[in-house]
Design a protein around this ligand. Structure first.
Ligand code: H2B
Length: 97
């Protein structure tokens, strides 16, 4: 499936809608860190994200230890940030809202 990188202007607009995410130029993606009450809550969140990711065929890079989850969203097929990352970030925000 064809997917293109967002240009700088589109990225700026998208980031404005995602105040909890930061753009990482080195990683060519966006990051968000989350903390939960305990491991079960963190893993429950990850399970919900995993189901969304699988449906969208777009998968996070992430790290979990106990109640902490660190997420990086980037699009390997595009070599950078794409609308798919923005859509997944928006869905993740909705889960945590
Ligand atoms: N996830 C992410 N984050 N980036 C991709 O480019 C990507 C993906 N590509 N999940 C998908 C799977 C691709 O490998 C499959 C074949 O559609």
């Amino acid at each position: 499936m064809q997917v293109s990188r967002l240009d700088e202007a589109a990225r700026a607009v998208a980031m404005h809608q995602l105040p909890q995410w930061t753009y990482d130029a080195d990683a060519q993606g966006i990051r968000r860190s989350l903390r939960f009450g305990d491991f079960a809550e963190a893993f429950g969140f990850m399970t919900r994200v995993a189901i969304l990711a699988e449906k969208a065929d777009h998968h996070p890079e992430w790290f979990n230890v106990y109640n902490r989850v660190e997420i990086l969203l980037t699009t390997h097929d595009a070599g950078g940030l794409s609308q798919r990352d923005i859509d997944l970030a928006t869905a993740i925000d909705a889960i945590t809202a």
